[in-house]
Ligand binder design. Sequence first.
Ligand SMILES: C=C(O[C@@H]1C=C(C(=O)O)C=C[C@H]1O)C(=O)O
Length: 364
Amino acid sequence: MSEQELKALRVRIDNLDEKVLELISERARCAQEVARVKMASLAEGEVPVFYRPEREAQVLKRVMERNKGPLGNEEMARLFREIMSSCLALEQPLKVAYLGPEGTFTQAAAMKHFGHAVISKPMAAIDEVFREVAAGAVNFGVVPVENSTEGAVNHTLDSFLEHDMVICGEVELRIHHHLLVGENTKTDSISRIYSHAQSLAQCRKWLDAHYPNVERIAVSSNAEAAKRVKGEWNSAAIAGDMAAGLYGLTRLAEKIEDRPDNSTRFLMIGNQEVPPTGDDKTSIIVSMSNRPGALHELLVPFHENGIDLTRIETRPSRSGKWTYVFFIDFAGHHRDPLVKSVLEQISQEAVALKILGSYPKAVL
Ligand SMILES: C=C(O[C@@H]1C=C(C(=O)O)C=C[C@H]1O)C(=O)O
């Protein structure tokens, strides 16, 4: 390519950037207008709701449907995710608590869902995220709920039994783990590997094959593991890209998770009910009396009404020995007539039924 061609293309890009800039600014001014309209139409004592997850899901879907490339749908939606995040911040910057410290996958999930224009607050434990939301100190919380290799995150499920929370969104994140070392690590003398118990489990086979005799030490998070390694010469950490970057560690081995499709699903928790989008999911907790056929009775209405169950998890109920609660996720919104009638049928058989929330299926 000649210098001249290159120059001409750069002039074209500069001109396009000017147009993109003007259009983004116009969009941002529109969002400011939306905020004005929302404020003006408030009833007395009513608090304005600026963040509308159902609307955001629709915007992203529309972008993906209309995208003609060459950028991929996910890439394009990611750009729009950030534009919306900044526009919303003009209306009201969201405060989001997540399972910290900084550099965790939960933080990455929070950014993927809300974009980067939020005020984010790392919390030391899952239960603290719930408490922070319950106390009204933040608008939303982000917690991990299940991993495709290791299954349920029990701390999260149990926290739902203790707090009244509304689930308002979900996000899935591909989880890649690396073996990380610091500047001073003697890589041939590694005698301990730190990570979160879930991550150690997700890399069990790789560790058995490559570091069979090295002590594996479970710590409170991957980011905490990375932080410890920074100051030690004989240890390594298993953590992701964010933690590696944050603590200045280098990758001794990359993508060491046993399953290449290793993914974690995260939930956004808050106090805001989300209206239907037409492509939603609902999460409920049900407790049944301890009698033969109880689980069958619980599942039949879903089957008979053709409702797609996406997940069922059992946990001890905490209100009696050997009694259980079921966490169930299924396709649909609790305001859909079909879902409504299924929930009515279940509540006739159940000891207790609690709707945790209906929310748009993850778009990104
Ligand atoms: C602009 C609005 O407010 C917020 C910002 C959005 C956007 O930038 O597209 C979408 C939904 C809301 O979270 C709106 O409600 O339409």
